[in-house]
Design a protein around this ligand. Sequence first.
Ligand SMILES: Nc1nc2c(ncn2[C@@H]2O[C@H](COP(=O)(O)OP(=O)(O)OP(=O)(O)O)[C@@H](O)[C@H]2O)c(=O)[nH]1
Ligand SMILES: [Mg+2]
Length: 312
Amino acid sequence: MTGGLSESKLARSAREAFRCGFVAIVGRTNVGKSTLMNHLVGMKIAITSNKPQTTRRRLTTVFTNDRGQIVFVDTPGIHLPHNRLSEYMDNVAYKSVSDVDLILFVVEPVTYIGKGEQQIIEKIRSSGKPVILAVNKCDTVEKESIEKAFEAYGRVLDIADALAVSALKGINIDALTDAIIRRLPESPMLYDEDTVTDETERDITAEIIREKALRLLKDEVPHGIAVSIVSFKERADGLVDIEADIICEKDSHKGIIIGKGGSMLKKIGSDSRKDIEELIEAHVNLKLFVKVRRDWRQNAMMLKDLGYTDRD
Ligand SMILES: Nc1nc2c(ncn2[C@@H]2O[C@H](COP(=O)(O)OP(=O)(O)OP(=O)(O)O)[C@@H](O)[C@H]2O)c(=O)[nH]1
Ligand SMILES: [Mg+2]
């Protein structure tokens, strides 16, 4: 997909070398990695929610300005795996660390570094890659807490630069972009200057539907959901017909997703449609179906069918 980039942004400075590289965004689940990445590239590509384990696949986006190009790799938040899907998610995140020029380590403004975070720190350290620490959610605490977080992480990790940011409020995002570009290797552009992501509209559509389900449903139901696009067709008049399956693990979950008189499914559909229409800039006729695939998160074949494969 592409997004607009103003002419002036591309007027490269003759004095400074152009820098490009890959940056993995890593951290615990729910710290705001995907929200931050969306802000960094200025477009909502990754889905976000207040539930842990929102991002499941590696997702690539591209930021370009007159000084450089950053290829961000958003990764699933690291957590203790409890099924095949979550093992896959942790592996994606850990593998991404070794494939990049720089690591953007996103944390919350806390000073206690738990076991999960220790593990991430170990992986980052052993990769030998330069690290920029982004203390996110700075809008939620006093300055003092941020200073303490800098100190705590500075004690356990060699950090090239540390910034306090708020992905939600858009605080310090430009400074973070600058700090990243400064540390990338000199290189010609890796992607076309208009590229924002290599994700397809079809893939983002599936993610949008999953996001609405995640946000609207409670307890364990959303974690057992996957979305599969069955068809995606544009009519001659421009209207786009989309059919998608929402896959869940149990009959009881199917009932919850459909809701009383179909009310929940209707809400998931109407919330999704709004975002999809914005994304593809067309009117959308969206049909959702709910299917039960028992224990799909433990089933290698089904994981593959749903796109959770080693292409990452
Ligand atoms: N107050 C505040 N909330 C934030 C900020 N950034 C993200 N959030 C919220 O934190 C929650 C998690 O955000 P995500 O971007 O989905 O987090 P993530 O790290 O990508 O999560 P996983 O994909 O599960 O690993 C959402 O409810 C966001 O709105 C921030 O700067 N301030
Ligand atoms: Mg995420």
